[in-house]
Design a protein around this ligand. Sequence first.
Ligand SMILES: Cc1cc(N2CCCCCC2)n2ncc(-c3ccc(F)cc3)c2n1
Length: 243
Amino acid sequence: MANQPLDPTRIPAHVAIIMDGNGRWAKARHLPRVAGHKQGMEVVKTITKAASRLGVKVLTLYAFSTENWKRPTSEVSYLMRLPVDFFGTFMPELIAENVRVQVMGELDALPAKTLKAAEDAMTDTAQNTGMILNFALNYGARDELVQAARTMAHEAKSGQLDPDQIDAQVVADHLMTRHLGALADPDLLIRSSGEERLSNFLLWQLAYSELVFTDTYWPDFTGAVLERCIAEYQARDRRFGGL
Ligand SMILES: Cc1cc(N2CCCCCC2)n2ncc(-c3ccc(F)cc3)c2n1
């Protein structure tokens, strides 16, 4: 991993993070899995402020995937309370940091209290003009692509969309990241805990992203680890398919 000082002129505009390793962190400490999730949420607060102060414009965090419903009921119930706890304890700091909250995923399937916490946070921070904190909650990239294809098919069938006009931008405009506009595609994807998989995350948007993997478990992730990942990103020479 690169250890150069960061170039403040080349901070990645959009950073996405798969926050992995919470259960293993807890197991290594003979704690229940939910202790890893609890500490992981505190790290979300730390990294939100660190990314904002570095000049990141969009921070997308994979909080809960469509596959996570398979976990034990007690763990899912705990996880569904975390968005409520997060905003209940961190909203004043989000406002002070001028952060705007976005939440994307199949939100209608969330428990009512979870959905309300997310919707209230989006409303209460809508006027903020700083970093966008974009949570992926009950999100799956394949579901996102299926939904986009179904919507475009219905629009074509109704005469609203000429199939021959469908290009990459039209597809992007039908994805859950459409509200991010030109910032929709992450420049940098970070995955913690040593796993090197995409796990059904942002499959369209990550087409040209730099992928950085760190062995650090998410609950141990710090601002210094974030800076090392960004230094690794800055040490790479992105070609976007060119020479
Ligand atoms: C389900 C879940 C799990 C969750 N973990 C903590 C971070 C590590 C990953 C698993 C556990 N965190 N952390 C923050 C949120 C959150 C999500 C949406 C939102 F609008 C506000 C906060 C969260 N949500």
